[in-house]
Design a protein around this ligand. Sequence first.
Ligand SMILES: NC(=O)c1ccc[n+]([C@@H]2O[C@H](COP(=O)([O-])OP(=O)(O)OC[C@H]3O[C@@H](n4cnc5c(N)ncnc54)[C@H](OP(=O)(O)O)[C@@H]3O)[C@@H](O)[C@H]2O)c1
Length: 273
Amino acid sequence: MSELTLNNGVTIPQLGFGVFQVPPEDTQRAVEDALEAGYRHIDTAAAYSNEAGVGAAIAATGLPREDIFVTTKLRNGDQDRAQAAFQDSRKTLGLDYVDLYLIHWPVPSQGMYVQAWKELERLYENKEIRAIGVSNFLGDHLDNLLASSDIVPAVNQIELHPSYQQAELAEKCRSLGIAVEAYSPLGQGGDLNGSAVTAVANAHNATTAQVVLAWHLAAGNIVIPKSVNPGRIRENFAASTLTLSAEELAAITALESGARLGSDPAVASFTQL
Ligand SMILES: NC(=O)c1ccc[n+]([C@@H]2O[C@H](COP(=O)([O-])OP(=O)(O)OC[C@H]3O[C@@H](n4cnc5c(N)ncnc54)[C@H](OP(=O)(O)O)[C@@H]3O)[C@@H](O)[C@H]2O)c1
């Protein structure tokens, strides 16, 4: 499995497993299936209410802790108590440390995310988190954070898939040394049915999900597809062995439509996220 090196030297498996909208009661089983399939990178969040299932699966596998990269995220309503919220997540996961901790959304009021970032910096310096980063940050949010911070985020986890690529934001992140992590990488399934991805898939005897994930990996994105289906969990992991030609990659890139699926961080109602 390919790994990327973050701006602080920590390595992260490029293809991980996301658990947004995996019901709490199903999470341990889904994460165990993912670990069995070969994933060594799990992406959860306090807001998903399934950190306990992630931790239970990690404990049940018997894999060495250092072999699994675990990300969780600071809930919006906890930005004024980031250190305590981190400890809540760490205990719910049943872990001594977390590999990557993200500010989930750039709550704009009263400099909240800047204040929270300072708390994350303390946790990082105390070695309770191996890398710290952000999610859903637009260029202005990054500029604002960097203007008053000591540590450059290791990653920005943003909505990114063939029909919504945020190319300018991704380029800005890379130019700042911030790794781009693609969420909803399959467009929540909506990017899997078009004729372009189908033609590429047929040419490789692959599935359209594997084609889309191979496109992400070739672009250098960290990518975290979600599935509760054991067959699809394995299918998605196998995308790491698929190599597309320059023409095929360009055909996928041409699918940009500018249509976002999730909330727009510029105008989102953060209290509901
Ligand atoms: N930071 C944020 O604000 C944020 C927001 C959204 C997501 N995320 C992260 O990104 C992860 C992935 O995003 P996502 O869950 O929104 O969307 P996604 O991974 O793009 O798509 C998931 C959907 O695609 C289906 N699917 C998965 N593999 C498939 C396959 N091989 N063939 C056909 N359908 C397939 C899944 O159904 P089945 O489960 O039935 O297979 C599910 O409906 C999340 O789990 C979470 O970790 C972060």
